[in-house]
Design a protein around this ligand. Structure first.
Ligand SMILES: [Zn+2]
Ligand SMILES: [Zn+2]
Length: 358
């Protein structure tokens, strides 16, 4: 039986979903189920018949939505062309609306980029009828989405939303990777803010993981070169404000190498490794009281970074105009002078650039 979470909102496992999709799901909160949100590794309805070959669920496609193109800005971490969700009419008389989102239950799975489309669908379903949110076991994926929904609609912290959901079903247990991402969702103000440093760090981590697993470096990961004002998404909105943007210029030739918005900020000294690193570096215990200032800053991969485009895992970052050494990049991470690890890292030494307005 699906668990009632809120009026017209239920969650459950694949068996619950199969019942509903066959028309035997009964009422949800006083009305029939009208919407089903499937969170399974495959969005195809054939997932059900592979799970239980005797099932027969009629469906009719409404639409498929894919992740945006290379010109999307600010960028998401989903590779362009990747399926975001599939909508179809389903069940007897095709009366139900099913939305399927491909999601694996692993710690490194990207939940954030699918979260808002799921939450919007739940909102829509509750307005028109009743919604069932389900995954395979009804423990991790569906719970993570419902927790995100409670966070957004009730402005609850992750902890409070999780506790609240446990009152409906004590077995819920989103995997740790999902919990981390829901925490980011909370820190971003209950939205997926692709312009925030939190999201940018998340995105780089996802790209770094796929790259280290052997994915080809894809030109679409690079942000526009701030040194070329003809780039289409340079000052795309609010041109007056962009005139006042903080820019970092190569000290030697004055070319703009990064804008404030390209910086992926970090909390100085954050991370458990900082103490060990100072010890390892010199063996001098007084050293750990020094260098709390960051001697460099970290940015998103930018189109002028030809050494990154060439596909190396690490290397120098040089000014594309005068070839001056500006910093270093490493997909496995670099430790800032303050002790924080940035992974992956595109590091610019502060001593190599000047700060100005554009
Ligand atoms: Zn630092
Ligand atoms: Zn230069």
């Amino acid at each position: 039986m699906p668990h009632l979470v809120r009026d017209r909102l239920f969650f459950g496992n694949i068996g619950d979903a199969a019942d509903v999709l066959q028309g035997g799901g009964g009422g949800g909160g006083g009305g029939e189920f009208t919407h089903v949100l499937s969170l399974l590794s495959s969005a195809s309805i054939s997932f059900f018949t592979e799970w239980r070959p005797t099932l027969s669920i009629p469906t009719e496609e409404i639409c498929k939505v894919y992740a945006g193109g290379a010109d999307e800005s600010p960028k998401k971490s989903l590779a362009p062309g990747k399926l975001l969700c599939a909508r179809e009419r389903a069940g007897p008389g095709l009366k139900l609306v099913r939305m399927a989102v491909p999601l694996r239950d692993t710690e490194d799975e990207n939940l954030l980029d699918y979260l808002e489309v799921c939450l919007d669908f739940i909102d829509e379903g509750r307005k028109e009828g009743s919604v069932l949110v389900h995954c395979f076991a009804g423990v991790s994926r569906s719970a993570a989405i419902v927790i995100g929904y409670l966070m957004r609609t009730e402005q609850k912290s992750l902890e409070d939303a999780l506790e609240s959901l446990k009152e409906s079903c004590e077995f819920v247990c989103p995997n740790d990777g999902f919990l981390d991402q829901l925490k980011m969702f909370e820190e971003m103000g209950f939205k997926v803010d692709t312009a925030s440093p939190i999201y940018k760090r998340f995105r780089l981590k996802i790209i770094g993981q796929s790259y280290q697993l052997g994915a080809k470096i894809d030109g679409s990961i690079f942000e526009a070169d701030p040194g070329l004002s003809s780039e289409p998404n340079f000052c795309a909105d609010a041109p007056k404000e962009s005139e006042q943007k903080t820019a970092y210029r190569c000290k030697k030739c004055r070319r703009i190498v990064a804008l404030e918005e390209n910086v992926v900020s970090h909390v100085p000294g954050e991370g458990e490794t900082s103490f060990e690193w100072h010890k390892r570096k010199s063996g001098n215990p007084f050293n750990r009281f020094q260098e709390k200032e960051c001697s460099s800053f970290f940015v998103e991969p930018l189109k002028w970074m030809t050494s990154v485009k060439d596909g190396a895992l690490e290397g120098k970052l040089s000014c594309i105009h005068c070839d001056a050494r500006l910093g270093y990049f490493n997909w496995s991470g670099i430790q800032c002078s303050c002790g924080s690890w940035i992974t992956p890292a595109f590091q610019i030494h502060k001593s190599k650039v000047d700060i100005s307005t554009t």
